[in-house]
Design a protein around this ligand. Structure first.
Ligand code: ZN
Ligand code: ZN
Length: 758
């Protein structure tokens, strides 16, 4: 018996090959009916034998094109219509405007097969793509998302490509970047300073240069990479010098999983991430010995690795004999990644020996995403290419808000209905190039998402560029949000929590409501407000920002606080090596409060312990001392956790560090290795925070704990504290889909702003 069903599918179902997939699903089962794009997703009507319809619905529920994300399916009966066949109907006017734009997607298996098939008409064509793969977000100029509003508008499809594009049964049906050798973009190889080199095969030429030890700028999906042979120590050093990047790790791209397994430990979850169509950089434990040059990630047990994600990457590996490539963002130090050909020549001219470019314009910068498996879950460290602009789905509707994030690792967030759109990684807003990228990203996202924010949320720090920008905007309501409140709110939003929670916000720097530098904060919070119930005790940060660059200053500050001026008589290596004159200046600064703001920062406490343990006195990149302290952890046969003290005050508790530093000094005098000291410090920190959580529970009866802030990128601390809290019966919530660090701040700001105005 024939039946007819009316089906509404919601989610990311447009521009992802959904209609051709449904077309095939229906025609294979000889079902008739139609499908059309609508404001909320797609509407399908299918008619045919009941069994075939059931089968169709079953497939719809469990399968879907790789890029689709179905959030709802509603099915109801419909009267029989007796259509002649199954048709894809044109979209209703205006509805295409609501289409969610897909992120960029790594090359799919079908296209990869064709790429290396000599009989295929796209054999070795570097821009092969289909409805399941290829560039999306980074080539969009405007909406609606069709070819005319992408950077592919510059290329007119040949008859063969057009026929694929128009055929609903073809896997390139409405694939906007569809192209081939005859009609699409081309690669060229340019020499630094000069222009095009007459090379018959530009990719082979670039590969040969890399093999010879050169630095080659390669134009990718979201910007240029700088590529060198990752096993060539001299080439890696050259890249470091030119990029003025002293020790911050580089990411490594390897041609396949087997190669990665040759130099890293790959667990099942990380393998899945590496192979996912988003192709993020995944942090993995290095094997020993490791064929990758030590200079790629010095003093680090981990390596950030990823697999090729564009046809060009695959062709580059096929053309060369290198085992792995350093692929780092094409920029100088902390500037944004370069995207234009001329821009790359100008900005990277001193960095690269040669440029592998093409004429498909990148319209929006997007760095690679970075992830790590911790506490049994894949977590975003940097959410960017491959994931943006997929929204974070919220548990309730919020008004249109623009949240401008913080200063470092900036992202912005735009909200609409139950969606929070986090931007790609914008970076550190400390140079003109980054400011421009920030403004560019705000404008572009507002346009393509069609969001006219009524509220702007910003950090309370008066000197942040993002704050100054927000305060300069006219005609909108503005809401300042405390940094650590935003961190906890971000964790709450990601986990769909309502009501009050205990929030641990641990990080390096955030502007406190008392003007101090906060960062070791325990809050009782909901979206609308927060109460600071406990924090690490204040110590001076002698020299302000200089104390962040030079961890030894923090060690001196802590020792002076715990031991008084007598600390100079302590017989430990750190003190013996101090320069008495500089210490004198430092102590006087701290005493008189000259450029020595008080801080409760957890990051600075890590710095102090790292310096005292002899691990690092000065840093070359953000959080380096803390990262190396974690890397140093060694097993502790005695299983010691260093003590802290909890001091009760009028409005909450202060976590005192005197017992901690006394214990470290004792261990240093007993020649306990730095790795064991590190372990005891981490264990102690986990224990004291678990104890504080219990104190807060006694007072507030709250059972839910949220962990957020950059310090929770420390896997040992995250796992240890989570386990301790669960053991005490708490419900623990952490961040995974959104970075725990400042990259996730804008989401929390948006949610706080939404509640402040209610
Ligand atoms: Zn494909
Ligand atoms: Zn063509």
């Amino acid at each position: 018996m024939d039946v007819r069903k009316h089906i509404e599918v919601g989610g990311i179902v447009q521009g992802v090959g959904f209609r051709p997939w449904i077309f095939r699903l229906a025609t294979e089962r000889r079902l008739v009916g139609h499908i059309t794009n609508t404001a909320g997703g797609v509407t399908i009507e299918v008619e045919g034998p009941a069994g075939a319809i059931e089968d169709f619905l079953g497939r719809l529920r469990v399968e879907a094109p790789p890029l689709a994300r179905i959030t709802s399916i509603a099915v109801r009966e419909a009267p029989l219509d007796g259509d002649a066949g199954f048709r894809i109907l044109p979209s209703l006017a205006g509805d295409e405007h609501r289409t969610l734009i897909s992120p960029d997607v790594s090359i799919c298996a079908d296209c990869l097969r064709e790429l290396f098939d000599p009989r295929d008409r796209r054999y070795l064509y570097p821009f092969i793509n289909c409805t399941n793969c290829g560039p999306r977000y980074t080539i969009v100029r405007d909406i609606p998302y069709d070819r005319a509003s992408t950077s592919m508008a510059a290329f007119t499809m040949c008859a063969a490509c057009q026929a694929e594009y128009d055929n609903a049964a073809n896997r390139r049906f409405h694939a906007q970047p569809n192209a081939c050798w005859d009609c699409g973009p081309r690669v060229e190889v340019w020499q630094a300073g000069a222009k095009c080199v007459a090379a018959p095969d530009p990719i082979a030429e670039a590969a040969a240069q890399i093999q010879a030890g050169s630095v080659v700028a390669v134009k990718g999906l979201g910007g240029f990479h700088l590529a060198v042979d990752a096993t060539n120590a001299a080439a890696v050093e050259r890249l470091r010098e030119r990029k003025q990047r002293v020790e911050k790790p580089f990411a490594v791209m390897a041609p396949d999983l087997a190669t990665i397994e040759g130099f890293c430990e790959v667990d099942a979850q990380s393998r899945e991430l590496l192979l996912s169509h988003q192709r993020p950089i995944v942090l993995l434990l290095k094997k020993k010995p490791c064929e990758i040059a030590e200079g790629v990630a010095p003093f680090n047990r981990y390596l950030g690795v990823f697999l090729p994600y564009t046809p060009l990457h695959h062709l580059l590996f096929a053309a060369g004999s290198f085992r792995a490539l350093v692929m780092t963002s094409g920029n100088l130090s902390e500037e944004p990644i370069a995207i234009g050909n001329e821009e790359a020549l100008a900005r990277l001219g001193e960095l690269a020996d040669c440029f592998l470019v093409h004429d498909r314009e990148i319209l929006l910068r997007s760095d690679d995403s970075v992830m790590r498996v911790a506490g049994g879950r894949p977590r975003h460290w940097r959410r960017s290419r491959g994931y943006v602009p997929v929204p974070v789905f919220l548990h309730k509707e919020v008004p249109p808000i623009l949240a401008v994030g913080g200063e470092l690792k900036n992202t912005i967030c735009l909200t609409k209905d139950r969606h929070a759109f986090l931007s790609q990684h914008i970076g550190d807003l400390e140079n003109l190039e980054s400011y421009r990228f920030f403004e560019e990203a705000v404008g572009h996202l507002r346009r393509i998402l069609e969001i006219e924010p009524r509220i702007i949320a910003y950090d309370l720090h008066p000197d942040y560029f993002s704050t100054r920008w927000a305060l300069g905007q006219k005609g909108v309501e503005r809401v300042g949000v405390q940094h650590h409140h935003a961190h906890v709110a971000s964790c709450m939003a990601e986990n769909h929590l309502e009501g009050r929670v205990i929030g641990f916000a641990l990080d390096g720097t955030g502007y406190g409501t008392d003007g101090a530098v906060w960062g070791g904060e325990v809050l009782v919070t909901d979206y609308a407000g927060f109460e600071r119930v406990a924090h690490l005790e204040y110590v001076p940060m002698p020299g302000g920002a200089a104390a962040i660059r030079e961890p030894w200053r923090m060690a001196v500050s802590y020792l002076a606080k715990c031991f008084g001026p007598d600390f100079l008589k302590l017989d430990v290596p750190f003190v013996r090596q101090l320069d008495a004159k500089r210490v004198d200046v430092l102590l006087r600064m701290a005493e008189q409060g000259v450029n020595s703001p008080p801080t409760s920062s957890c990051g600075r406490l890590f710095d102090a312990v790292a310096a005292l343990a002899g691990i690092r006195q000065k840093v070359n990149y953000e959080a380096q001392a803390a990262i190396e302290l974690e890397m140093a952890i060694e097993p502790d046969p005695e299983n010691v956790a260093y003590p802290f003290e909890v001091i009760a005050g009028g409005d909450g508790w202060t976590i005192g560090t005197r017992p901690l530093f006394e214990a470290i000094v004792r261990d240093l005098r007993a020649c306990v290795p730095a790795g064991v000291i590190s372990r005891r410090f981490h264990s102690g920190l986990g224990d004291i925070f678990a104890r504080v959580a219990q104190l807060v529970r006694e007072r507030s009866a709250l059972e839910r704990v949220c962990l957020s802030g950059g310090t929770f990128q420390n896997t040992f601390l995250l796992e240890h504290l989570e386990e301790r809290l669960r053991g005490e019966g708490f419900q623990v919530f952490t961040q995974a889909e959104v970075p725990a660090g400042d990259g996730g701040l804008s989401l929390g700001q948006a949610l706080v702003a939404a509640h402040t105005l209610r």
